[in-house]
Design a protein around this ligand. Structure first.
Ligand code: CTP
Length: 406
């Protein structure tokens, strides 16, 4: 599936001298696979660590190192590449190049190109701990941040010297997430806060047992990522998830329906769009046993007494009636029969702007699957049936619907 954010974007990837240059190859590969056109400029020092052929093979484009020997005979490449770039990433960023960038030197192709571009920068410094903590380096990094440059890392870990310390380059996935966030900053949901709930709540029976459901959280995570890629500040309130948390998304972990309700309600005043994708338990054990429930000889049955949990969306509607926030509320309807009628009833009962109806019995769709077939039902009676699509694509469509509603 084409990556909506990165596809067709011109990314200028600057690679400077450091052992972490090998990780930049992975970053180059990830960007290219996402559909970006990656122009790599290496410093001379970078080529001592990784050959330029690695980057040209991964990006499918020629890699430039030297200001003066231009393979295609193109004049002044630094001006052209600078103008074409939608985003600059420098990874790894050495202490030396960091200093040059802070001062504004243009003594090689990379520094000259960066001085000439109007594109935003994401930098991933990597160096020995002492070089990083040196006041000169710290001052240069602060200068770049002061100009709006996004700095990712450096992290703490094993360094090239074998020592442990701060100075390790951020992981390619983190750099990629920062790049996405920076690219999205001019997106249509910039300056909007989107709160997504995800996962299946767990209602404890005793310290080691609980009642839950088959939700994996994939749909909710895809929604938070789509919100982030459209420029929103995305917040994920999640019950335990079967998948990793996304980068560039704020998150709060909860376990039970009651905890989820509290986490959602306290955040509503700052929320423009709420999307409730969580599978929230409707009933919880009336009392969780303090100790593990034991088998008792002679008792062949165990009767559980369950009580209703609050309906989070009903509480949201009550709060919204007074405050006007969130501006848009979208729910999900997980159904096994009478899909559209049940979903329409929930839309009305929970006073939603839109509900996403999904038949959770369809093979390859819904709970735990990578794809989903949903119908969007709007408050005004409009209905839009979508085909079976990857959850990322479904998320994108839902966010775009939310955008129109707001
Ligand atoms: N929901 C909620 N609080 C609950 C239960 C559900 O906020 N206690 C939300 C879900 O996050 C979802 C929507 O309400 O967005 C519908 O959830 P669903 O489980 O399909 O329906 P229920 O309202 O629980 O109704 P039923 O179980 O009777 O189908």
């Amino acid at each position: 599936m084409a990556d909506r954010l990165l596809s067709g974007k011109h990314i200028l990837l600057g690679v400077t001298g450091g052992i972490a240059a090998y990780k930049a190859a992975d970053l180059c590969s990830k960007l290219t696979q996402a559909g970006a056109q990656v122009d790599v400029i290496m410093t001379e020092a970078a080529t001592r660590f990784v050959g330029s052929l690695t980057f040209s093979a991964l990006s499918g484009r020629s890699v430039r190192v030297d200001m003066w020997t231009e393979p295609g005979g193109q004049p002044i490449p630094h001006v052209q590449m600078a103008a074409a770039a939608d985003l600059v990433i420098v990874a790894p960023l050495s202490a030396n190049t960091l200093a040059k960038l802070a001062v504004g030197l243009a003594d090689n192709l990379l520094t000259a190109t960066l001085l000439a571009t109007a594109a935003p920068w994401v930098v991933a410094p990597a160096m020995e701990s002492h070089m990083w903590s040196n006041p000169a380096t710290q001052a240069h990094a602060a200068t770049l941040r002061g100009r709006g440059v996004v700095q990712v890392g450096p992290g703490v870990g094993r360094l090239a010297s074998g020592a442990q310390g701060v100075g390790r380059m951020a992981e390619p996935v983190e750099i990629l997430a920062a790049a996405r966030q920076r690219l999205a900053q001019q997106g249509p949901l910039a300056n909007h806060r989107v709160l997504v709930t995800a996962g299946g709540t767990q209602e404890p029976l005793d310290p080691v047992r609980f009642i839950t459901n088959a939700s994996s959280g994939k749909m909710g995570v895809a929604l938070a990522e789509a919100a982030r890629d459209l420029g929103a500040v995305a917040m994920l309130v999640h019950a335990p998830l079967a998948i990793a948390l996304p980068f560039g998304v704020e998150h709060a972990a909860v376990r039970t329906a009651l905890e989820m309700r509290d986490a959602v309600l306290t955040r509503l005043p700052a929320t423009d769009i709420l999307i409730a994708a969580a599978a929230v338990a409707d009933f919880r054990p009336a009392a969780a046993a303090g100790q593990k429930i034991k088998k008792t000889p002679g008792h062949e049955e165990l009767v559980l007494r369950l009580v209703r949990t609050p309906d989070i969306l009903v509480d949201v509607a009550a709060q919204r009636a007074g405050s006007g926030w969130p501006k848009v509320v979208i729910g999900f309807a997980a159904e096994t029969e009478n899909l559209l009628a049940n979903a329409a009833a929930k839309l009305a009962a929970k006073q939603l702007d839109m509900i996403v109806a999904n038949d959770v019995t369809e093979p390859g769709s819904g709970f735990g699957a990578d794809d989903n077939r949903v119908t969007l039902l709007y408050r005004d009676g409009r209905q839009e049936a979508l085909p079976l699509l990857p959850k990322e694509e479904v998320a994108w469509r839902i966010l775009n619907a939310a955008r129109e509603l707001i």
